[in-house]
Ligand binder design. Structure first.
Ligand code: NAG
Ligand code: NAG
Ligand code: NAG
Length: 510
């Protein structure tokens, strides 16, 4: 170590020279120390569309508050994004954050292998893909982080999706402050968090689970088993996703900080109960600035432009339908929904992923449907959802209840028809339909019938029921808007989070 006191004993002749060396060295050292203290977060998005979007926008939020970010996508996600954005040849082909850096944000970018070759069909081989995320990916991440901690300024914290199972191994090995990013509602977080309680009480993991209400989870007044995440309702609790959940939720309890893409006022009791256990910051909704198309590409598929079609439709007359990026629906349900749409006579835009039933099923729609809907309906493989939801012609959203979709729909004051398929979507439906009252449930039974579809679409889109739903969603929109305002809860929580992280980073340096 350089010791200035020793230097002062050197001969006067050398004094001046040495003093200047000493000064420049100490400013150099100060700079280095500043650099060491400057928050530099390594962020990694879970390699699914619904996780990539909020992770990218969280990165931009933190960078706009002075963080340095090194953002990591899997090579597969990166490849999908550049392929679908026609950026094969520009600088974005290497780095999706080129546009963000132009606006002054210090976000660096790199990729890591998820363990599989690019051409591997992750949708068709879902469980094999998940086994890779559970067992193989960590070795690739370890190698990458080993390189990045030696960068200047060094990485000093890790912000990764709660579902990554390797975060504690990486944080321990490289002495990083560990931050878990939760992209679903706090209610879902807390139910997984208290999985042991569900098990002890016989609501989960037993051959014959109890079917009565669950009323012992801290911060959750009462919830039915049918409203739990699909994995918590399942009879087989040893699937690969279960094993990921068990490991992930052991780790999240040890994280220094949890960041949630929700709003304190939306889930006050659940969040307060969690906050008694460890630091949890609700900083949502995490959207691109101005809810406009982001300068950073995040879409895994090419987006069809629906504006021209929508411009020709009256205000609030069009039903927007999307089942998200991940879950599959049965062919029978897709057909019933298709026939129900025809019966309802409502105009619609239907985002129908080619692999919605399965990536080896070429046509999910009933024969002739695409011809029958000319003028009345538009079926596209993918679109820019915030752009479509923002359009004044949209009057309702038939949704799988993914959390991003719900937040975006609230933001646009669009009431929802709820058709959950998988994972947290059942719990999200409970929030939207039962707790917040701006949604209609389309999943009362195991399967859905066309007459019911038509009846509920009309309830969503027309008459007094539509007005009532819109009034409710507008109230919640106001709460979200306030939360993001200069004195709102999410803005305050974001600033508190940053202060908290700076302290933790500084004390981690010892
Ligand atoms: C996170 O850091 C804390 C202390 O800094 C440590 O006790 C804990 O094991 C770490 N947890 C994970 C998941 O890395
Ligand atoms: C679980 O098993 C019970 C009883 O065997 C059955 O009624 C129920 O449908 C099963 N649930 C699921 C999600 O498979
Ligand atoms: C349709 O909505 C837009 C945007 O809210 C508004 O400016 C316009 O006046 C509305 N048109 C009609 C016919 O109500």
């Amino acid at each position: 170590m350089y010791n200035p006191q020793l230097i002062l004993h050197f001969s006067a002749l050398h004094h001046l020279h040495i003093l200047s060396v000493c000064l420049s060295l100490s400013t150099e050292r100060q700079k280095m120390e500043n650099n060491h203290q400057k928050p530099h977060a390594l962020m990694m998005a879970y390699p699914l569309q619904g996780h990539v979007i909020p992770s990218v926008h969280l990165a931009m939020k933190l960078a706009s508050k002075g963080f340095i970010i090194t953002f990591v996508n899997t090579q597969f996600v990166h490849h999908q994004i550049t392929k679908s954005h026609h950026h094969n040849h520009g600088p974005e082909a290497e780095d999706i954050f080129v546009g963000a850096r132009k606006s002054g944000l210090d976000i660096r970018y790199t990729t890591v292998s998820d363990g599989f070759p690019l051409g591997f069909d992750r949708s068709l081989h879902h469980d094999q893909f998940m086994e890779g995320l559970l067992h193989v990916m960590s070795a690739h991440v370890d190698e990458l982080v080993g390189k990045l901690v030696a960068s200047e300024p060094p990485v000093n914290c890790l912000i990764v999706d709660t579902f990554f199972v390797w975060s504690s191994m990486i944080c321990d090995k490289y002495n990083l402050v560990n931050i878990s990013f939760w992209t679903e509602p706090a209610l879902v977080l807390t139910l997984y968090y208290h999985l042991d309680l569900l098990r002890i009480n016989g609501h989960f993991g037993a051959p014959d689970n109890r079917e009565d209400a669950i009323n012992y989870v801290p911060g959750v007044r009462s919830i039915q088993r049918k409203d739990l995440a699909s994995y918590l309702q399942a009879n087989d609790s040893s699937t690969v996703v279960h094993r990921i959940i068990y490991k992930a939720f052991e780790q999240v309890k040890k994280a220094d900080v949890i960041i949630c893409n929700t709003v304190q006022e939306l889930e006050p009791d659940t969040l307060s109960a969690l906050q008694k256990k460890q630091p949890v910051y609700a900083i949502g909704p995490i959207f691109p600035t101005g809810f406009a198309k982001s300068p950073v590409a995040t879409s895994l598929w090419s987006e069809s432009d629906c504006n021209k079609w929508l411009n020709a439709k009256p205000n609030r007359s069009v039903l927007y339908i999307s089942f998200g990026s991940y879950a599959h629906a049965s062919k029978q349900d897709i057909w019933e929904i298709a026939y129900g749409l025809l019966l309802s006579e409502v105009s619609f835009i239907w985002v129908l992923r080619p692999d919605i039933v399965s990536s080896d099923e070429s046509e999910p729609l009933p024969p002739g449907f695409r011809d029958q809907i000319k003028g009345k309906g538009l079926v596209v493989p993918w679109c820019c959802q915030i752009e479509v939801l923002s359009h004044s012609s949209i009057g309702g959203f038939l949704t799988h209840c993914g959390w991003n979709s719900i937040l975006e729909s609230i933001w646009c004051c669009i009431p929802m028809l709820c058709f959950p398929l998988l994972t947290d979507q059942f719990t999200n439906r409970k929030l939207v339909v039962d707790d917040w009252g701006f949604g209609v449930n389309l999943r009362d039974e195991e399967s859905v019938a066309r007459e019911e579809v038509a009846r509920k679409i009309r309830r969503l889109m027309t008459g007094g029921s539509a007005d009532e739903l819109r009034k409710k969603v507008t109230e919640v929109r106001t709460a979200l808007d306030n939360a993001l305002g200069p004195s709102g809860s999410s803005e305050k929580n974001l600033n508190d989070l940053i202060d908290d992280l700076k302290v933790k980073i500084a004390s981690n340096k010892q």
